[in-house]
Design a protein around this ligand. Structure first.
Ligand code: CA
Length: 173
């Protein structure tokens, strides 16, 4: 009988100890979450939506929106497609690559990449690089600060196939 009571007491003590550990863990998680809420948020994101301007000589422009899916926007010679990173978001430069352009390897065509801030309607587009096939692009040293829009222009003589575009450093406005 004494042995059984001792065993029950041991179980009770163990349950209490585990409960305290769980509570302590919850407190720790809440604390961490609170800290993240006040810190700048950085994350990669695909360009989400087509803009209402800057789309010329382009077929299926919406197929360049969102994640890579092997569905292609096709930009003809001298044409362009313009994408927005999304409502309430902007992209910016860090030390490494900032933009990744996804397109098929077997259909290379010459293109340029340009960026712009949405609110600076009078501002010109800033070219950040030239490409042929899929690749990464740096904003610096050509552009500093935050941008919202990205434009890809076909600079060659072949059709330009674009699957998706991703900004590697995105933050909430
Ligand atoms: Ca696509």
């Amino acid at each position: 009988m004494e042995a059984i009571m001792f065993k029950n007491a041991s179980i009770a003590v163990t349950i209490c100890a585990v409960s305290l550990l769980v509570l302590a863990g919850c407190g720790q998680m809440r604390g961490t979450s609170h800290t993240n809420d006040t810190a700048p948020r950085q994350f990669p994101s695909y360009f989400k939506q087509l803009t209402t301007f800057g789309n010329y000589d382009v077929s299926n422009p919406r197929l360049a929106e969102g994640p890579k899916d092997d569905q292609f926007t096709i930009v003809d010679t001298h044409g362009s497609v313009t994408l927005d990173i999304g409502q309430g978001l902007s992209f910016y430069s860090t030390g490494g690559p900032d933009i990744t352009v996804y397109m098929p390897n077997d259909r290379p065509a010459n293109y340029t990449v340009h960026v712009r801030h949405a609110r600076h309607e009078e501002a010109n587009w800033t070219e950040i690089g030239r490409g042929r096939g899929p690749g990464d692009f740096d904003l610096d040293p050509y552009y500093s600060g935050a941008a919202d829009f990205l434009q890809i222009r076909n600079e060659g003589t072949e059709p330009l196939y674009i699957d998706a575009v991703r900004a590697l450093n995105v933050r909430h406005d």
